[in-house]
Design a protein around this ligand. Structure first.
Ligand code: ADP
Ligand code: ZN
Ligand code: MG
Length: 468
């Protein structure tokens, strides 16, 4: 039997206003080299100044991953030459990172130990056009948190599920937007195989994975490739490989035989960092319920099915919305079916998230109350919801302006029923003769004639009374 070992190295760009060591804006810009200054351009003689917001967000993640927080953390220079690194070194952490020895327990994934989480600066970007390469330093100095797991994953599917939950987590914590296409969350995977009981094999690192699917496919392919070699008695070389998505295979990029020597040494321009007890206490207080824990609670507390709980806890805003609606008296059944149904549909249609739509919990609760009281019918409520999502209006105004109130006056309804009976004599005779089927058709006609404002229950009662 062959055993598999997988370890992940995840990079997340932290959501801060400014870069990690200077006052340049930390935001994406289409115009190269606009968010730059002498500090992040690596001019000689400049001094880095540590961004407290980046530090705070880094600790929030360390805490969520149950890391031990070192009493003393040290920034170090990682020395290497590359055109996207103007200083020829990256300020990172090495011997004493912010967090070490963490543990993550996600339902459905084995317990994963976290080796460390360290804060560093991102490098710039190279843009290649034909035979020319350009340097864009806008990204240089973006605060980057690297999370390194132990090689505790046994299956590609576990790594994929872990990453999906990890992405949800950093979005819940509001420390990273988790956008993998734009590279604000990136992942390298390490994998080795060995005969069972023999321990870790010689690892191969795979880079260039910008989706969860690619992570799974690359791992599956690589495990197969390595297992074949192992069984055939061939030597697996320690190397870095790239995922080629067109050919659906990994390809060698560079051998790692001449092991990296980055000549790390403590950054002389930054003092060691000692997290103050008050600072750590504030981090502790700010902890949010993590998505997988919230999902489990939703299943237990609200008796939701797995898929329902999964949907409702997908985003923190969604889960907050749901629970706020419950607190305001909406039933679990009604809140979840509206959120999975009409609300999701409306948001989808407008390509909006809950956060950037105009719908608020208050507007939703008012709508549900009116529906429950019979002031509007479900058809009217659905129509109102469509408008509430994309227009900045109160529920009451939307209902009034669009004339969505149910016919409260039974006289008004009676007139409509009479009209429909008079206009559909053949069908009425059919019903009188004992055929129940066309009743639905007549109710449909009544709804239509009332402009959707009739209460279908009352209409049915009235109709049957009149016919019999
Ligand atoms: P490096 O010195 O090459 O950076 P590390 O020991 O720091 O290697 O580990 C980097 C990543 O590789 C971690 O995620 C770790 O879990 C994983 N890893 C280390 N050794 C192995 C192995 N033999 N098989 C699979 N993954 C491994
Ligand atoms: Zn700068
Ligand atoms: Mg390492």
């Amino acid at each position: 039997m062959i055993e598999t070992f997988i370890g992940l190295e995840i990079h997340i760009q932290l959501l801060t206003k400014t870069k990690i060591f200077c006052n340049c804006k930390n935001e994406f810009s289409h115009i190269p080299n606009t968010n730059v200054c002498p500090v992040c351009m690596g001019y000689p003689g400049v001094l880095p100044r540590l961004n407290e917001e980046a530090v705070r967000k880094a600790y929030i993640v360390c805490r969520a991953l149950n890391c031990h927080l070192n009493e003393k953390a040290v920034f170090e220079r990682k020395n290497y030459f590359y055109p996207d690194l103007p200083k020829n070194y990256q300020i990172s952490q090495f011997a004493l990172p912010f967090g070490v020895n963490g543990l993550v327990e996600i339902d459905g994934v084995p317990k994963i130990r976290i080796h460390e989480a360290h804060l560093e600066e991102d490098a710039g970007k190279l843009v290649h056009e034909g035979m020319t390469s350009y340097c864009d330093f806008n990204r240089t100095g973006t605060p980057l948190l690297e999370i390194v797991t132990e090689p505790d994953f046994k299956k590609p599917e576990d790594a994929e599920l872990f990453l999906q939950n990890f992405r949800k987590m950093v979005r819940y914590l509001r420390v990273c937007d988790g956008n993998m296409e734009e590279g604000s969350m990136r992942c390298d995977v390490n994998v080795s195989v060995n005969f069972e009981g023999k321990g870790l094999g010689r690892k191969v690192e795979i880079k260039n994975l910008n989706s969860f699917r690619h992570v799974r496919l690359a791992l599956q392919h690589e495990i197969q490739r390595q297992s074949k070699m192992l069984t055939a008695g061939e030597t697996i070389v320690q190397e870095t490989r790239l995922w080629n998505d067109e050919k659906k295979r990994t390809e060698s990029m560079r051998s790692k035989e001449d092991a990296n020597d980055y000549r790390y040494f403590p950054e002389p321009d930054l003092p060691p960092y000692y997290p103050a007890p008050e600072f750590l206490a504030a981090i502790e207080k700010e902890q949010t319920e993590l998505p997988w824990i919230r999902k489990r609670r939703f299943i237990n507390e609200y008796k939701l099915a797995d898929d329902g709980a999964e949907f409702l806890t997908e985003e923190r805003e969604r889960a907050d919305f749901f629970e706020a609606a419950l607190n305001a008296g909406v039933s679990v059944q009604s809140a979840s079916s509206w959120m999975r149904g009409e609300i999701a549909k409306g948001l989808n249609k407008n390509k909006m998230s809950l956060k950037d739509s105009h719908l608020t919990v208050e507007k939703f609760v008012t709508l549900i109350k009116l529906l429950d009281e019979g002031k509007i019918n479900s058809q009217g409520a659905k129509k109102a919801m469509e408008i509430l999502i994309c227009e900045d209006k109160d529920t009451a105004d939307v209902i009034r302006e669009n004339n969505l109130m149910q016919m409260a006056d039974s006289g008004e309804l009676e007139a409509v029923v009479d009209k429909v009976i008079a206009g559909n004599d053949k069908v009425v005779q059919q019903i009188k003769g004992g055929d129940q089927k066309p009743i639905g058709f007549l109710i449909g006609q009544i709804m239509k004639a009332s402009g959707g404002k009739a209460d279908p229950k009352k209409a049915r009662e009235l109709l049957l009374n009149k016919i019999s």
